[in-house]
Design a protein around this ligand. Structure first.
Ligand code: SF4
Length: 212
């Protein structure tokens, strides 16, 4: 790892791009020191019809239900406004009960739901070169590429990710043709609330930091 730190938004104490009542730091990505051409290119992408619909509906759901709806309800509201009919669930087997409940809720709102568990296919880990010792936490591999390909085959309009492991989620995002929204982020230690490690990193859980 390099010792050199390139300053960016994560080093900013101002966040003036939010409300505009402070000052911009000298490394700010909003000012000329950023990349105005890149910003223009990003803004232009919202001319794409699908991107525009997603952006407008997401913004309206955020605005209309700010601090009023749970994430599950926001997901339903967003999917309805997008006129999505078929929803995919890519679930970890460890969250199959929660995914079943989610499917019941989604079906009660009229959606067609198709779920694929991470272990579907029951392929042993060693078949793709995962070391034998990894079988200690489960013989069969998680197969996020299969989950995505199967949901692609089902022609889902939106895929909902339910607690896939770190990296497995990356592969799912990479292979999913439909847009993906994440409902549950797996954290086996913190009850699927990884932010708790961040809330306590400067106090009780300081050991999480590497060498400073
Ligand atoms: S865009 Fe500028 S003001 Fe906003 S967080 Fe990044 S550095 Fe800070």
């Amino acid at each position: 790892m390099s010792d050199k730190i390139t300053r960016s938004c994560i080093d900013c104490g101002m966040v003036n791009c939010d409300v505009g009542n402070k000052a911009y730091p000298n490394f700010c990505l909003t000012t000329e020191n950023g990349d105005p051409e890149l910003m223009d290119a990003a803004i232009k992408e919202y001319d794409d019809e699908e991107n525009k619909r997603i952006m407008l509906n997401a913004a309206e759901v955020e605005y209309e239900f700010y601090c009023k709806m749970t994430r599950v309800e926001e997901t339903i509201e967003f999917a309805k406004r997008m006129n999505y009919h078929k929803l995919g669930i890519a679930t970890c087997v460890g969250l199959i009960n929660e995914s079943r409940t989610l499917a019941q809720i989604l079906r009660s709102h009229g959606f067609d739901v198709f779920g694929v568990a991470c272990k579907a296919g029951a392929v042993e880990k060693t078949e793709v070169g995962i070391p034998e010792e990894c079988k200690a936490v489960g013989v069969n591999m998680c197969n996020p590429i299969h989950q995505a390909m199967r949901l692609n085959k089902e022609e889902t309009d939106l895929n909902i990710l339910m607690g896939l492991c770190v990296g497995h989620d990356s592969l799912f995002y990479k292979y999913s043709k439909a847009p993906v929204t994440t409902l549950v982020v797996k954290d086996r230690v913190l009850g699927h609330n990884p932010a708790a490690a961040l809330y306590t990193a400067n106090s009780y859980y300081g050991k999480i930091k590497g060498k400073q």
